[in-house]
Ligand binder design. Sequence first.
Ligand SMILES: C[S@@+](CC[C@H](N)C(=O)[O-])C[C@H]1O[C@@H](n2cnc3c(N)ncnc32)[C@H](O)[C@@H]1O
Length: 262
Amino acid sequence: MDYLKINKKLWNDKVAVHLNSDFYDNENFIRTKASLNPYELALLGDLRQQHVLHLQCHFGQDSISLAQLGARVTGVDFSDKAIEAARQLADTTRTETVDFICCDVYELPRQLDKQFDVVFTTYGTIGWLPDLTKWAEVIAHFLKPGGQLIFVEFHPFVWMFDEDFKQIRYSYFNKQAIVEEETGTYTDRNAALQNTSISWNHPVSEVVNALINAGLSIRSLSEYDTSPYNCFKNMEQVGIKQYRIAHLADHIPMVYSIVASK
Ligand SMILES: C[S@@+](CC[C@H](N)C(=O)[O-])C[C@H]1O[C@@H](n2cnc3c(N)ncnc32)[C@H](O)[C@@H]1O
């Protein structure tokens, strides 16, 4: 199965719905230019004069937010609809220190000849990539010596469950591609969208070892019992930008972060 073709259609179709969603609240974003969450903000240093590569940037809210903190940002996504919307959003917000490239993560070394102080990638990214060895090599390729990866992601524990978080559906160590028929999207479960998705679950050890094998040093690894996004079924809010599965309370990790340096 051509996972790139199938997932590109899935993500292209989501863009218009996401742009108009309460979840992304783009109207408010255009005013604030601030979409980053406390977890990643706590890991980012002073971004003034820093060159940041933002992998899987979707329609650019976080890329523009990074630029707003003083960085020169390159956002990358394989969805042409997302990149079109990201360029439009940069224009609307008059953000001149951001540019966008439409490209598959694995193809990027053939499309871009530059090194960066920071590679940034967060929430819902690696699950779309089958091979983390290749992913980590791309990150190492684009980091300057001394540069840092800032990575925040949903915890693989979360992806073990069924949609209602009532039963374990996949092994933590599941290696096969997960092929699902999806209706709606995380910003609106009733949206008129119907697509196939192909994704992979990656245990934390696979992520860490891929980064180490690509020559990076792990500086920190943290796990958090809340998600900044209300994007799963049966969530309750327990603080500002803090959500968790109501019946699982603080018993499971929702999100984790890694800082690694070259
Ligand atoms: C959940 S979104 C990431 C959102 C992110 N938290 C942000 O900054 O807005 C996942 C993104 O990954 C992109 N994507 C999926 N597979 C990709 C690939 N192989 N190469 C590049 N982008 C990809 C999708 O188009 C989508 O925009």
